[in-house]
Design a protein around this ligand. Structure first.
Ligand code: NAD
Ligand code: ZN
Length: 284
């Protein structure tokens, strides 16, 4: 088995020679920003399985009674703590650096904390939405979340907030259990998956679907090299490189979906990888 140093080296080489690298991230990315994950050893569901059971009801609540849903949401406490004041950690900034040096093309995150955007990444697909936005399930429009405005609606007894475009009740942008992934994000994520030749999967247990399907889809396909090969040459197929950076093995590790796992903390490992990639790219 290779030690961590050689795996970091291997990952940096793979990332530096990729043509279209994307990152897939999960809650583990943000634990070092003080936001708990769900299924890690100190995860919210690990410690409180009842909270997970209740979370399955949230979307139905909105469908049944949007007014009540909003009343509970505005007065309730987020299980994830203070997401508004949370700050990115060195792992987030490492991905920003990889985008700035034009190696990383997209961050596809399950996180709702907005920290990739706060860290300066430009192309971020928030697969499960963002705490900083509201969304209309009917027409798909998104709006910045303005807590002052929401409290005014509470004071005037005008909940739920209505969509400025189609007047339907709107909800927070977070995708709850049993809620469909918004069509635009679902489509763009599939496109990125079809396009990439390297996936860097960071801090996710990779058990939540349909997100967990994306690495599996990438694993199933092959990439044909750019440009036309002379007709006498057989088409060479190049597989997608899939790297996991995670505190523990996941089903992707166990099933051989990922090529290799670098076991450890994203805030420590990703900066080491990004620095090496930067050095390799500047030598090209
Ligand atoms: P998860 O809790 O299921 O898994 C997190 C994984 O990251 C675990 O395997 C854990 O061992 C690993 N991990 C924890 N800290 C790590 C670190 N510092 N470095 C490397 N690995 C670390 O999370 P998930 O797969 O993202 O699924 C949870 C769902 O809940 C997501 O869909 C997300 O929407 C939501 N969620 C979001 C946040 C957030 O926005 N920060 C936090 C909790 C949950
Ligand atoms: Zn609408």
């Amino acid at each position: 088995m290779l030690n961590v140093e050689s795996l970091i080296e291997r990952a940096a080489n793979d990332v530096a020679k990729s043509r279209y690298a994307i990152a897939l991230t999960g809650a583990g990315m943000s634990t070092e920003s003080g936001i708990p994950d769900f299924r890690g050893p100190n995860g919210i569901w690990t410690k409180n399985p009842e909270a997970e059971r209740l979370a399955y009801q949230t979307y139905y609540k909105f469908q049944r009674n949007p007014k009540e849903y909003w009343e509970q949401m505005i007065t309730g406490r987020s299980l994830l703590g203070d997401l508004v004041n949370a700050q990115p950690n060195p792992g987030h900034y490492a991905l920003t650096k990889l985008e700035q040096i034009e190696v990383l093309r997209c961050v596809l995150t399950q996180n709702i904390d907005g920290l990739h955007v706060k860290a300066g990444n430009k192309r971020v697909l928030e697969y499960h939405g963002s705490v900083h936005k509201l969304r209309c399930p009917s027409c798909g429009a998104r709006f910045e979340r303005d807590d002052k405005q929401l409290l005014e609606l509470v004071a005037k007894g005008q909940l739920p907030p209505l969509c400025k475009q189609c007047r339907s009740p709107i909800k927070d942008d977070i995708v709850h259990f049993n809620e469909p992934i918004p069509a635009d994000v679902a489509q763009e994520s599939l496109e990125e998956t079809a396009r990439c030749d390297l996936m860097l999967i960071c801090g996710t247990s990779a058990v939540i679907y349909p997100f967990a399907q994306l690495p599996r889809l990438a694993r199933q396909r092959s990439i044909k090299p750019r440009g036309k090969a002379p007709f006498s040459m057989p088409e060479v197929e190049v597989g997608v490189t899939i790297i996991e950076v995670n505190a523990e093995p996941t089903p992707l590790t166990a099933e051989g979906v990922s090529d290799y796992l670098i076991r450890g903390k994203t805030a420590e490992l990703l900066p080491l990888i990004a620095d090496k990639v930067e050095a390799l790219v500047s030598r090209k």
